[in-house]
Design a protein around this ligand. Sequence first.
Ligand code: NAP
Length: 282
Amino acid sequence: APDSRVLIVGTPVGSGMQVFGLIGNPVEHSLSPPMHEAAYEAVGLDARYVTFEPDPDRLETALDGAAALGVSGLNVTIPFKQDVFDLVEADDLARRIGAVNTIDFSTDPPRGYNTDAAGVTRALDHNGVAVEGADAVVVGAGGAGRAVAFALADAGTSVHVANRTVERAEELAAAVGGETTAGGLDSLERVREADLLVNATSVGMEEDASPVPAEYLHGDLAVMDAVYAPIETRLLRDAAAAGADTVDGAWMLLFQGVEAFERWTGHEAPVEAMNEALRARL
Ligand code: NAP
């Protein structure tokens, strides 16, 4: 029936080669293909990672087609992270975040995950930043902000969300629940008392600006920026100058890819090879 969502899991492509990829728009400058292909090479996996810009009106057909063709897994980026949500069986965390960025076609129906959340905690852990019991301020309540806030709260961090549009921060804090609090950008002064600050806004990407006044930063703080282009943002420069530990946005990007690779292949990801491939292109 035209409105059915029966997805057929197809057979592997060619002589056992697996196909993974990314759907979004635009995807032309994505760093995922080199990062994932470096991983396949490092572990000796016969696989390719390709990018697609599907017709937004035919997203469901595109996913059915990918499944039928035997595509093993897809990452999902803007503008499809929310739309894909209704077309796959999203796991509990992706449901709570409200966005899917990774699809695993090995089941029928395909499963949807949000690996941005694991990207946050694994990036912090890899860089020696403790999250359990920490007091964090998350600035931003968009897609990245949601993943960051849920990831930290689930890891036992107490979270304050500060966002330009305060209603969005309040909505996110209510969704995360527990002791999560919310405020506008005027509540950023809480950074003075915090252990951890995560920038999940796009500020710092287009211009040399920081979302947080430099005078709030201090030496007992760890600062992670979700922005990865440029790799050294104004916020991270200000944080380093204040004596804070810094974790750049490429770490989050890396570890969401590491998490997707491990879910898709069952192999432990070759983190160093993926990191090298990613940073060579930033
Ligand atoms: P989004 O959903 O569009 O959200 C944008 C956020 O930035 C909102 O909270 C917005 O506040 C805030 N914002 C925008 N301009 C601002 C300004 N001038 N002052 C204060 N706040 C401002 O975008 P997103 O998907 O969450 O992405 C945010 C950033 O994270 C982007 O730079 C993206 O590249 C990066 N990101 C990185 C990774 C990674 O793996 N490293 C993953 C995902 C995203 P309002 O709600 O008030 O509009």
